[in-house]
Design a binder for this molecule. Structure first.
Ligand code: NAD
Length: 239
């Protein structure tokens, strides 16, 4: 990763943070971006930028601050619970805004610079949920994560001859702060955590660092012959 410049969205915690810190340890110049400034300040990387991925103006001007990229990791995502009957118009629109439209806007902002440099790798964080299998009470979230695959494949197909690669990662259940927040929101945190683990074939959750290792592979030249694919990392959950 020496000599490469990367931007990771939602990098203050969880998968984004593990990815930004791994890329930095591997020698890349890493821009960690997030809306949570105090937590972002603790990320171990070279550069930080407060960036709301839903702020169209801020996203379109971000390349002026960072310069062109070799690697863009679109990690920002938000879980709205419930079936279609509980899904409000707001939940639906907000889910697409954070989980899909952000990727459209970030990629539109950074792709021209990648093309001028002759190449780049875009890694979009989808999910097993929606992209690979249906899961109860994740209607809006699942819909967005399936859409991420269409976006990923289209970008990959359109720019495959111009050195651009675009891949998606589909994690299973990963031990991140937002997962624990969702567990705390249930009536019984400990019981809910055990339920999550019990549905895992490996009887454990994935770790953000394990997903970061896959992101590193897809971002780096090690995966130079791979584009337009989704890559499942779920401890066998969808097997
Ligand atoms: P997380 O949910 O714990 O943290 C998300 C980060 O995103 C936070 O730092 C938050 O401040 C930031 N964020 C929220 N809204 C933002 C916005 N508008 N602009 C910029 N940043 C914003 O992280 P996570 O659980 O590692 O999830 C990261 C990605 O991985 C998401 O796309 C999520 O859907 C996906 N994913 C997570 C899991 C899991 O089990 N944790 C499983 C599959 C997929």
């Amino acid at each position: 990763m020496q000599g490469k410049t990367a931007l990771v969205t939602a990098a203050a915690q969880g998968i984004g943070r593990a990815t930004a810190e791994l890329f930095a340890r591997e020698g890349a110049t890493v821009w960690a971006s997030d809306i949570n400034e105090p937590v972002l300040a603790r990320v171990a990387c070279n550069e930080r930028m407060v960036l709301d991925v839903c702020d169209m103006q801020a996203v379109s001007h971000a390349p002026e601050r960072t310069g062109p990229l070799d690697i863009l990791v679109n990690c920002a995502g938000f879980v709205a619970g419930g079936s279609i009957l509980e899904c409000s118009e707001h939940d639906w629109l907000r889910s697409f805004e954070v989980n899909v439209t952000s990727m459209f806007r970030l990629t539109r902002a950074y792709l021209p610079g990648m093309l001028r440099r002759g190449g780049g790798s875009i890694v979009n964080v989808s999910s097993v949920v929606g992209a690979v299998r249906g899961v109860a009470n994740r209607f809006a979230y699942a819909s967005t994560k399936a859409a991420v695959l269409g976006l990923t494949k289209s970008i990959a197909a359109d720019f495959v001859t111009q050195g651009i690669r675009c891949n998606a990662i589909c994690p299973g259940t990963i031990d991140t702060p937002s997962l624990h927040a969702r567990l705390r929101a249930t009536e019984d945190y400990a019981a809910s955590l055990e339920t999550f683990k019990a549905r895992q074939p490996m009887r454990r959750l994935g770790m953000p660092e394990e997903v970061a290792n896959l992101a590193l592979y897809l971002a780096s030249d090690e995966s130079a012959f791979t584009t337009g694919q989704w890559h499942i990392i779920d401890g066998g959950w969808s097997n």
